[in-house]
Design a protein around this ligand. Structure first.
Ligand code: SF4
Ligand code: FES
Length: 550
């Protein structure tokens, strides 16, 4: 395998690469601002410059030092190359670049949202000068609202042009540009064209300093208080890798996690801001049951007893095949399996169905290759697979339209059912379903109030994906595990726990805590088709989360 030496360390590589890429692959740090693996290379910031010696084939492959410093982000590697990033010349350049970048940069780290995850701050400490020699007044620029999600603090900008290249190359919308010249040069949007595309939040992630900030996260939390939990997109079918940043049981923001085979470095704004329903004031917090024509709050024990009494009564009166469970595609595969098991423990011929799968518009692929999927639920395929495990085959599970038809059929035996929701907006709730259910006995598990929940005989408050562990199968059929980031809302329970509680209450099993690994063991069959075991994937993401990449 070809190799180069960087600061005395041998670094192997394959294929055509730049020095900086080989350094990153081998865990060697070279400072960089303008380089980003998802964007074209412009080599404009000059902080990555290093001394390079390379073998000269016309001189018996003798190592020859290139007389000027080379940008490591733009210099292709050659076997046997030797790179010095800590030589006196390279260090002098790093210090000079840092001094230049800080000339007009305000010293407002204490009030800057980027503090704690700022490349300028970090490199200033590692590669900069201890004191500034600049005595004149700094140029001041006002902050500017440049789009629905992003604020621009122009005087913090170091003109790396990452954001401009992003809107040109990845989103293809080209709202941002470089305006002015010299020390008046600045990033801005074109008049009347705000930064308003479906991927706009990504410019905040790639801005190495605090020049582009997320309005939603602005001044809400210092980043060093945040804990990061690796997760998977829970609001669309993309299965994008995300990181949930939270503190004290509250989610503060969602960021993309690098995923070479999928979302790469990006997520859509819909995923970035789609978690707000987790902390909605209206979240269901207490079990309820119908009494004298209205919903009244009750304790969990009463709710479980009431639910089981209604379900059992239906089986007693109408015989096998009188129950149904409809599992929402918002739930984890493990929960679908447990809910299927719970209803089949009461009625061996109970109908197993997948809930409505919201679809909005059409799939949209951007010039950079990122796709926003029209399907707006994370696990329609996983829920189906898990229910098929319970039912014993594809025919044993009904898709939502077929389920509705079966309820509307005059011959329908279904007299009682367990329905699950968990959608972020009432859009997920289907009017057809409310109509088709009619006066049947209904146990509903949901997170937000909606028409279906208000018609339930027993209503049980469920949990969102950030409050539990499990796995989703994305639109491409890939199974991916996600981990619980915050505790379940006080008063609510995960749908997996509710299923286990119902099984225990009916005497079909011992009381048990919802543990995702135990459920997966029971589901063994679901993971045999060459799909990576989510538990293994989880340990990989845990390892990956031991550092946070810009
Ligand atoms: S706003 Fe940020 S990403 Fe854009 S050029 Fe300035 S420093 Fe770079
Ligand atoms: S990272 Fe190489 S010049 Fe900017």
């Amino acid at each position: 395998m070809p190799s180069i030496t960087i600061d005395g360390r041998q670094c192997n590589y394959e294929g055509k690469k730049m020095i900086l890429q080989v350094a990153q692959e081998n865990g060697v740090e070279i400072p960089h601002y303008c380089y980003h693996p998802g964007l074209s290379i412009v080599a404009s910031c000059r902080i990555c410059l290093a001394e390079v010696a390379q073998p000269n084939p016309r001189n018996g492959n003798k190592l020859e030092l290139i007389p000027k410093l080379m940008p490591t982000c733009q210099t292709p590697v050659a076997d046997g190359m030797v790179v010095y990033t800590r030589s006196p010349k390279a260090i002098a350049n790093q210090k000079a670049v840092m001094e230049y970048l800080l000339i007009n940069h305000p010293l407002d780290c204490p009030v800057c949202d980027q503090a704690g995850e700022c490349h300028l701050q970090d490199y200033s400490y590692k590669y900069g000068r201890a004191e500034s020699r600049f005595v004149d007044d700094k140029i001041k620029q006002p902050k500017k609202d440049i789009g629905p999600h992003v604020l621009l603090y122009a005087d913090r900008c170091i003109m790396c042009s990452r954001c401009v290249r992003f809107t040109k190359e990845v989103s293809g919308t080209a709202e941002l540009g470089v305006f002015g010249r010299g020390n008046r040069e600045q990033i801005d949007v074109f008049p009347g064209r705000p930064l308003n595309n479906e991927l706009s939040g990504n410019v905040v992630d790639i801005c190495p300093v605090g020049a582009l900030l997320d309005k939603d996260f602005l001044f809400t939390q210092r980043v060093w208080f945040l804990k990061a939990t690796p997760s998977i997109d829970g609001v669309t079918a993309s299965g994008d890798h995300i990181r949930i940043d939270h503190n004290d049981g509250l989610v503060y923001r969602i960021k993309p996690r690098t995923n070479a085979d999928g979302n790469k470095w990006w997520i859509s704004d819909e995923i970035r801001y789609g978690w707000k329903f987790v902390h909605a004031q209206e979240r269901l917090r207490v079990p309820q049951r119908q009494q004298l024509g209205g919903m009244v709050e009750c304790d969990w024990k009463t709710a479980y007893r009431e639910a089981l009494a209604g379900l059992r009564k239906a089986v007693k009166e109408k015989g096998p095949g009188s129950l149904a469970v409809m599992v929402s595609p918002m739930l984890a595969s493990e929960e679908a399996y447990l809910l299927g098991k719970a209803v089949r423990a009461l009625d061996e011929q109970a109908i197993l169905a997948v809930g409505p799968v919201p679809v909005v518009g059409e799939d949209k692929t951007f010039p950079g290759g990122y796709t926003i999927y029209a399907e707006k639920s994370p696990n329609a395929r996983g829920v189906r697979q898990a229910l098929e495990l319970v039912g014993g085959g594809a025919e044993s599970v009904l898709d939502f339209p077929v389920f509705i038809k079966s309820l509307e059929d005059k011959q329908s035996k279904t007299a009682a059912m367990i329905l699950t929701g968990g959608y972020p907006t009432p859009a997920g709730e289907s009017k057809e379903l409310v109509k088709a259910v009619g006066k049947r006995f209904m146990v509903t598990l949901d997170v937000l109030p909606n028409a279906l929940a208000s018609k339930a005989n027993v209503l049980l408050p469920g949990a969102t994906w950030v409050e539990k562990s499990g796995s989703f199968v994305n639109v491409k059929g890939k199974t991916q595990g996600f981990m619980q980031a915050i505790g379940v809302l006080e008063g609510a329970r995960t749908e997996g726990q509710i299923a286990l509680d119902l099984l225990a209450e009916m005497g079909a099993s011992e009381p048990e805590r919802y543990d995702v690994a135990t459920v997966r063991e029971r589901m063994g069959g679901m993971w045999v088709s060459g799909v990576a075991m989510p538990s293994a994937a989880e340990s990989a993401v845990r390892a990956e989360m031991s550092y946070v990449e810009l």
